[in-house]
Design a protein around this ligand. Structure first.
Ligand SMILES: *[C@@H]1O[C@H](CO)[C@@H](O)[C@H](O)[C@H]1NC(C)=O
Ligand SMILES: *[C@@H]1O[C@H](CO)[C@@H](O)[C@H](O)[C@H]1NC(C)=O
Ligand SMILES: *[C@@H]1O[C@H](CO)[C@@H](O)[C@H](O)[C@H]1NC(C)=O
Length: 418
């Protein structure tokens, strides 16, 4: 199922699609499922593993319904299991292929109505992102330093920017570290990272000058272009490539919310930090640990700001963690589209599901006071957010980033004045 989704994603990204491209989805349907409590969430989570259904939206008990895509073959069994557990459900999309064709028509009318699109208004390629980072570093040498962390498994450089008005050596400033595309099919995370660079460096507005004056930034827009990493180790398996990078960090490694199936999207790898991409993130965190005040690991989708731990134990600073996350969510909500849901703030286990080895938990464990997973909106599109929404998501998310940066900065001052 996931491979079908990825196929569709690739086709859409490179615009190499032909007529009838959505035929593979013919007969797929999407069902809304009402969640009453954590037991219902568990039923859904187990069905995801048991039947391989694709959860578009995890929902939240009593707040948002879950959305699940099923095939013609497993729809009957899926609905039967829901009925057995007394869970209410309804048909949201009767035929996914038809729905995608409608999205395509919306997209082409949007394309015709626009010219001069900016890089971050669309889904850029690796080469375009690379050229953008190089250009920004060359044009703004006094505030931007380009760092090449090293090669990805496939040999492409993984680059990030250090952005600072004081050569990154003023210890009175906190560091805000943002990374995107750790799960790369979550493509909309990439434009958000690029737009953040744009607003900090290329187009800073007067009202936002404090963000660069008071805070240093590390932004890593592109880790890779797949849900799983691209590593291959024939002594482990010849069936599937890669691991789930967001289960590969050394925190409660390989305990909950992981699959031992090499081909699963939650396979954590044989050992923690087996992947170069996760090691780069680890190294950035550890190198800057004295000053990183907030780490934002950007994902999509579902409108959540989540914090640790994935085993449901709350960090000791949970009140402050919740405070900053709520400020971020509220700032985004103030600019959201009417049809978008409100951001939900909470512990990742209690709000969604159990996990281990996540970047968010690792940041928290090694001492980042505010370590978060941000789940951007998917509206009704899930991972496949059409590009006409990118600009909206960029702008609203920027408001959340700015609000969280300011508040985290106040906490940093308080921490350092003691
Ligand atoms: C910070 O870095 C700049 C540029 O490398 C250097 O000129 C300056 O002396 C440094 N300041 C401190 C306090 O280390
Ligand atoms: C491949 O996996 C084996 C078994 O876990 C491990 O010993 C070896 O170091 C791995 N090779 C690479 C290149 O990661
Ligand atoms: C959950 O994980 C954290 C971080 O590793 C740890 O400190 C805590 O003891 C764990 N809680 C349980 C119940 O295992």
């Amino acid at each position: 199922m996931i491979s079908l989704l990825i196929f569709l994603c690739i086709a859409a990204l490179f615009n190499t699609v032909t007529a009838g491209k959505h035929d593979i989805y013919s007969g797929y349907s999407v069902h809304g499922v009402q969640l009453r409590d954590r037991a219902d969430q568990k039923v859904l989570y187990d069905l995801q593993i048991e039947l391989g259904v694709d959860v578009w939206d995890h929902g939240a008990p009593g707040v948002n319904d879950a959305l699940v895509m099923v095939t013609q073959e497993n729809v009957a069994e899926f609905l039967e299991k829901l009925d057995e557990n007394g869970m209410n459900h309804y048909l949201q999309i009767s035929d996914v292929a038809t729905a995608f064709e409608r999205y395509d028509r919306e997209l082409s009318s949007w394309k015709q109505s626009r010219t001069n699109r900016m890089l971050f208004d669309n889904y850029p390629t690796y080469e375009e992102v690379d050229a953008y980072l190089e250009r920004i570093a060359a044009e703004y040498p006094n505030i931007v330093t380009l760092v090449n962390a090293g090669p990805s498994f496939e040999g492409r450089p993984v680059k990030y920017l250090k952005i600072s008005s004081s050569y990154f050596n003023d210890t009175y400033k906190p560091v805000y570290f943002l990374d995107a595309t750790m799960h790369a099919r979550e493509w909309v995370t990439l434009p958000v990272a690029l737009y953040t660079i744009h607003r900090l460096v290329e187009n800073p507005r007067d009202q936002d000058r404090d963000l660069l004056e008071n805070i240093d930034w590390i932004i890593m827009p592109i880790e890779r272009l797949w849900r799983r990493t691209r590593s291959f180790n024939a002594s482990v398996t010849t069936e599937c490539w890669g691991v789930d990078a967001n289960r590969n960090f050394d925190v409660n490694f390989n305990t909950i919310g992981v699959s031992s199936d090499f081909c699963s999207n939650t396979y954590p790898g044989q050992v923690a930090f087996s992947e170069p991409e996760t090691r780069y993130v680890r190294d950035i965190l550890l190198e800057n640990i004295d000053r990183i005040q907030l780490y934002l690991n950007v994902h999509s989708h579902g409108n959540y700001v989540l914090f640790g731990y994935g085993n449901a134990t709350l960090p000791t600073n949970v009140v402050q963690l919740h405070h900053v996350a709520a400020a971020m969510g509220a700032a985004i909500d103030a600019r959201k589209l009417p049809q978008a849901r409100y951001y939900l703030i909470g512990n990742s286990n209690m709000a969604l599901y159990g996990s281990s080895g996540s970047a968010q938990d690792y940041g928290q464990l090694v001492g980042v006071p505010f370590s978060y997973t941000l789940e951007l909106p998917g509206y009704t599109y899930g991972f496949l957010v059409p590009p006409q929404y990118i600009n909206q998501i960029n702008m609203e998310t920027w408001e959340g980033i700015a609000a969280s940066a300011r508040l985290a900065n106040l906490y940093y001052r308080a921490r350092n004045s003691n």
